[in-house]
Design a protein around this ligand. Structure first.
Ligand code: DPP
Ligand code: ZN
Length: 871
C-alpha cells in the first residue's frame, strides 16, 4: 500500500448533489441500490470518475438510465472507474450485493446482536456501495430501508422520517431524508429489535426536539444517565457557544459490538453500549463520567464535524481536536475543572507523549485527537474566552456546510481577533513534544525577575530540523508567604509592556515564547519570587525548570493555581522515582525521603482541599510515564520502585488511610455529582494504598468493603484491592464477582480487564486461560480491549524479559487481524516503542513484529503500524 501525504491533496473532478439509497436487508444478502446526481467540478471537462468500493458484488450500473456493459467501466478490488462519463450533470445508478452477517471488521454495514448497524468513518462507506468515499464530497441523502418486520421492527437513518408502511411477505419499509448536506462518513443505518427511552428538549429558539435512546428492551432502565447527559450537552452548547440543534429528532443507538467509543452520524449517533448503559450497581463513577463526556462529544460534533466538516483525513484534528476540547470544557463545567484538567493531562503524558517519542510520532495533523484539543485550548489561552468565541462564530459564519482545513480554523481565530499568531501553525505540522527549559534569576537591586526560556523540538524521520514553536506560557509569581504577586510590567524584545489594565493588577499573565532562546524580565518585584510556570498546563510541552525541591514543596503547599499544585507534586514524585530507579539498578537499598511522606500526610489531612484533588495528588505518576523519561526503559526497576513507594507510604500512613476509608464511606443512595464522586475517589485510593500491605486486618477490611458496597464504584475498588495479592482469597472473590455479574457483559468486561492488567508475575498464563473462558469472544472489540488491551496495562508482564508477553501479543495480533483489522492494529501499538528497551527485549519484540509482517494476508491497518515500527 502507498502512503498518502497531505501535499498530494487534489480536488475531486466530480461532485455529488443528491444521493438516494435503497437497502433491502436480508439474512443471506443485502441489496443496496444507489442513485446519485453527479456533476463535474469544471464544466465541460471529461475526466474519469473513480469510485471506491471494497468487498462489494456489483450487480448493475446505469448512467442516465442506460445500463453499462462490461468494458464501459473498469472494476478492480478497490475501485470502479468510469473512463468517460457524459459531459455535464448525469445520474448514476448502481446496485450492489453485500453480506453484513459475515462482516466481522465492523466497518460498513454489519450485524451486532442480531441487529443491523453501520460504521462509516473513516472509509467504511465503500464497503456499502461504490462511492467517492472522501469527506469533501457532500451531498443530500435519502434512505429507503426495507426489512422483515418482525425481525427488524425499528428502521432508522439520518434526518427526518418521511414515510413508513407495510410491504408484502411480512416486510416493511421506512424512508428517511436528511435535509443537510453531508459526507458519506456520517451516513448511518440501524435496523433491529430495539426500544427507546424518549424525552424532549426545547431549544432556546423554541424548537421541540424529540430525543430517543435505543437499546434492547432489557437495557432501557440503564439509559437514564445517557439521557441526562444529552440534555445537559444540548443546553451547554447553547449557553457557551450559542449553538442550537438543527433538526426535530435526535437518535442514539447503543450496540454491543463497536470498534471505537461512538460515532457522530448526523442525527443518528451510534454508540458502543459501554458508553450509554449505566446503573449505580453496574457502572463506576469513571463510567458515568465517560458517558457524560462522550455523549457530549458526539452531540457537539453536530456543529464541529458535521455542519462544518473536514476536507480530507489529514484535517482530522479540525473536528476531533476541536470537539475533544469542547467535551473537556463541558465536563469541566459539569464537575471540577482542575480535576478534569489533571485527568486529561495525565492521559496526554501516559499515552500521547510516549507515542510522540517513538516511530509512530506524528504531528497534530493528521491523527492525534488529544493533542489536537491542546492546540485548540491554546487559541483560547491566547485569545481569552470572548476572543475564542468570536473566532468560533466567524468559523461557522464562513464555513457552514463546507469541508475545510485546519488553516481555515486558524484564519477564523486570527481574523476575528485581529490577532498576531506568529508561527502558531507549526503546531499542526511538527511532530514530537517540544522541550522548554526555564532558568530564573532575581536582582534585589533592580527589583527585577528574569526568566530565560530555551526550546527544542526533537527531530523525527522526515523532519530532521524543527523550527521553534509558539508556546503560550501562563505564569504567576508567588511571594514568600505563598500569595500571588501583582504583575505590573514585563520587559521583552527591547520593549516594556505593562500588564493589567485600568490599574487592575494581574496575577497570571501569558508569555508568548516564540524563539529558540528568549528572555522576559518582570519589573517591580519586591522579593525573590517562586515562579508558577505553565499554569493550567497552558501548552502541551515538557517543561524543565531550575526549581529546587524546596521550591516545589512550596508550590505544592501554596500555589493558587490548583493544576500547578498538583504538578509540583508530580515533578517531585517523578524526580524521586527516577532517583530510586537508579538506586535499584545499582542494587542500593531503597529509602523513601521522609519529606515525601510528610507531604502526603498533610494532603490527606487538609480539609480545605477538594477530595478528588487529593486523590489525584496522592496518585504517583504511571510506570509508563517514568519509563518514558529513562534513557533505556526498565519496566522491572520502575515497577519495583513504584511498588516500594506505595507500600512504604501505606505503612507509614496506615492510620491516616484507615481514617480516610472510614470517613468517606457511602451513606444512602448513589448520586452522580462531584461531591459524592470525590468522596468515593478518595476512599478508593486510600483502600488501594492499604491493600499493598500484608496485614490481615486490611484483607478483612477490603472483604468487608466488597461485601457491603452498594455501588459498582466501591465494590470494584474493593475487588481490585483484594486481587493485588495472589492466593485463595483472591480466587474466591474473583469467582464470587463473576457469579454475581455473569449476566451483565459490561461488568464481565471489567472482570476480564482487572485480571488482565494484574502485575502478578507470570500473569500471561492467566490471560491465556481467560481466552478460553465461555464469556470471552475474540470478535467483540470490548472484550478484546478488556483482556488483551488490559494485559498491555501491566508493563512488567507485557514487557516481561522472557518475551512471554510479546509472544502472546504477537499471536493475538495475527489471529485478530483475520477477524477485525482495526482492532488488531490497536494491539500492535504495544510493540511500537520496542527500541526504548534493552537489547534482549528489543530482539524479542522485533522478532514478533517480523513474525506479524510475515503473516499471510496481512491487513493494511496492521501493516502500516508494524512496518512503521520496524522502520
Ligand atoms: N468520530 C468518532 C468520534 O468522534 C471517532 N471515534 O467519536
Ligand atoms: Zn470525535
Amino acid at each position: 500500500p502507498k502512503e498518502i501525504f497531505l501535499k498530494d491533496y487534489k480536488m475531486p473532478n466530480y461532485y455529488f448533489d443528491t444521493v438516494d439509497l435503497k437497502f433491502s436487508l436480508g439474512e443471506e444478502k443485502t441489496i443496496v441500490s444507489s442513485k446519485i446526481t453527479v456533476f463535474p467540478r469544471v464544466e465541460g471537462s471529461s475526466s474519469p470518475l473513480v469510485l471506491d468500493g471494497q468487498d462489494l458484488k456489483l450487480v448493475s450500473i446505469k448512467v442516465n438510465g442506460i445500463e453499462l456493459k462490461e468494458g464501459d467501466y473498469h472494476l478492480d478490488s478497490r475501485h470502479l472507474t468510469l473512463q468517460s462519463p457524459p459531459n455535464g450533470t448525469f445520474t448514476l445508478e448502481i446496485v450492489t450485493e453485500i453480506y453484513p452477517q459475515k462482516n466481522t471488521s465492523l466497518e460498513g454495514i454489519y450485524k451486532s446482536s442480531g441487529n443491523f448497524c453501520t460504521q462509516c468513518e473513516a472509509e467504511g462507506f465503500r464497503k456499502i456501495t461504490f462511492y467517492q468515499d472522501r469527506p469533501d464530497i457532500m451531498a443530500k441523502y435519502k434512505c429507503y430501508i426495507e426489512a422483515d418486520k418482525s425481525l427488524y421492527p425499528v428502521l432508522l437513518s439520518n434526518g427526518n422520517l418521511i414515510e413508513k408502511g407495510n410491504l408484502e411477505g411480512g416486510r416493511h419499509y421506512a424512508l428517511w431524508e436528511d435535509p443537510f448536506k453531508k459526507p458519506c462518513y456520517l451516513f448511518a443505518l440501524v435496523a433491529g429489535q430495539l426500544e427507546s427511552r424518549d424525552d424532549i428538549f426545547v431549544t432556546r429558539s423554541g424548537r421541540k426536539v424529540s430525543l430517543r435512546i435505543w437499546t434492547p428492551a432489557q437495557d432501557l432502565p440503564k439509559t437514564a444517565h445517557a439521557m441526562y447527559s444529552l440534555k445537559a450537552a444540548m443546553k451547554w452548547d447553547e449557553d457557551v457557544f450559542g449553538l442550537e440543534y438543527d433538526l426535530d429528532l435526535f437518535n442514539i443507538v447503543a450496540v454491543p459490538d463497536f470498534n471505537m467509543g461512538a460515532m457522530e452520524n448526523k442525527s443518528l449517533n451510534i454508540f458502543n453500549s459501554k458508553l450509554v448503559l449505566a446503573s449505580p450497581e453496574t457502572a463506576s463513577d469513571a463510567d458515568y463520567a465517560a458517558i457524560l463526556g462522550v455523549i457530549g462529544h458526539e452531540y457537539f460534533h453536530n456543529w464541529t464535524g458535521n455542519r462544518v466538516t473536514c476536507r480530507d483525513w489529514f484535517q482530522l484534528s479540525l473536528k476531533e481536536g476541536l470537539t475533544v476540547f469542547r467535551d473537556q470544557e463541558f465536563s469541566s463545567d459539569m464537575g471540577s475543572r482542575t480535576v478534569k484538567r489533571i485527568a486529561d493531562v495525565s492521559k496526554l503524558r501516559n499515552y500521547q507523549f510516549p507515542q510522540d517519542a517513538g516511530p509512530m510520532a506524528h504531528p497534530v495533523r493528521p491523527h492525534s485527537y488529544i493533542k489536537g484539543a491542546e492546540v485548540v485550548r491554546m487559541y483560547k489561552t491566547l485569545l481569552g474566552s470572548q476572543g475564542f468565541r468570536k473566532g468560533m462564530d466567524l468559523y461557522f459564519k464562513r464555513h457552514d456546510g463546507r469541508a475545510v482545513t485546519c488553516e481555515d480554523f486558524f484564519a477564523a481565530m486570527r481574523d476575528a481577533n485581529d490577532a498576531e499568531f506568529a508561527n502558531f501553525l507549526l503546531w499542526y505540522s511538527q511532530a514530537r513534544t517540544p522541550r522548554l527549559e526555564v532558568t530564573s534569576s532575581y536582582s534585589a537591586e533592580t527589583h527585577t525577575y528574569s526568566l530565560k526560556f530555551g526550546q527544542e523540538v526533537p527531530s523525527t524521520p522526515g523532519q530532521p530540523v524543527k523550527e521553534p514553536m509558539f508556546i503560550p506560557v501562563a505564569i504567576g509569581l508567588l511571594d514568600s508567604s505563598g500569595k500571588d504577586m501583582p504583575l505590573s510590567s514585563v520587559y521583552h524584545n527591547g520593549k516594556l509592556q505593562s500588564l493589567g489594565s485600568n490599574n487592575q493588577p494581574v496575577y497570571t499573565t501569558v508569555l508568548r515564547v516564540t524563539k529558540k532562546e528568549e528572555e522576559f524580565v518582570f519589573s517591580d518585584i519586591s522579593e525573590r519570587p517562586i515562579p508558577s510556570i505553565l499554569r493550567g498546563y497552558s501548552a502541551p510541552i515538557r517543561l524543565e525548570s531550575d526549581l529546587s525541591n524546596s521550591d516545589l514543596f512550596f508550590l505544592l503547599a501554596n500555589d493558587s493555581d490548583e493544576f500547578n499544585r498538583w504538578e509540583a507534586g508530580q515533578v517531585l514524585a517523578r524526580k524521586l522515582m527516577l532517583s530510586l530507579v537508579a538506586d535499584f539498578q545499582q542494587n542500593k537499598p531503597l529509602v523513601l525521603n521522609p519529606k515525601f511522606v510528610h507531604g502526603f500526610r498533610s494532603m490527606l489531612g487538609d480539609s480545605s482541599l477538594d477530595k478528588e484533588f487529593i486523590a489525584k495528588a496522592i496518585t504517583l505518576p504511571g510506570e509508563g510515564e517514568i519509563m518514558d523519561m529513562m534513557e533505556v526503559a526498565d519496566p522491572d526497576a520502575v515497577h519495583a520502585v513504584r511498588t516500594f513507594i506505595r507500600k512504604q507510604l501505606a505503612s507509614e500512613l496506615k492510620a491516616e488511610f484507615l481514617t480516610t476509608v472510614e470517613n468517606n464511606r457511602s451513606t444512602g443512595e448513589y448520586v452522580f455529582n462531584h461531591h459524592n464522586m470525590a468522596r468515593r475517589a478518595l476512599k478508593n485510593i486510600a483502600l488501594a494504598y492499604l491493600a499493598s500491605l500484608e496485614d490481615a486486618d486490611i484483607v478483612e477490611l477490603a472483604l468487608r468493603e466488597y461485601k457491603t458496597a452498594t455501588n459498582m464504584t466501591e465494590q470494584f475498588a474493593a475487588l481490585a484491592a483484594i486481587v493485588q495479592k495472589p492466593g485463595k482469597i483472591r480466587d474466591e472473590v474473583l469467582d464470587d464477582f463473576y457469579g454475581k455479574w455473569q449476566h451483565d457483559y459490561l461488568v464481565v468486561n471489567k472482570w476480564f480487564a482487572l485480571q488482565a492488567m494484574s502485575d502478578i508475575p507470570g500473569n500471561v498464563e492467566c490471560v491465556r486461560r481467560l481466552l478460553d473462558h465461555p464469556a470471552f469472544d475474540l470478535r467483540n472489540p470490548n472484550k478484546v480491549y478488556s483482556l488483551i488491551g488490559g494485559f498491555c496495562g501491566s508493563p512488567v508482564n507485557c514487557h516481561a524479559k522472557d518475551g512471554s508477553g510479546y509472544k502472546f501479543l504477537g499471536e493475538m495480533v495475527v489471529q485478530l487481524d483475520k477477524i477485525n483489522p482495526q482492532v488488531a492494529s490497536r494491539m500492535v501499538s504495544a510493540f511500537s516503542r520496542w527500541r526504548r528497551f534493552d537489547e534482549t527485549r528489543q530482539n524479542l519484540a522485533k522478532a514478533q513484529l517480523e513474525m506479524i509482517m510475515s503473516a499471510n494476508g496481512l491487513s493494511e491497518n496492521v501493516f502500516e503500524i508494524a512496518s512503521k515500527s520496524l522502520a
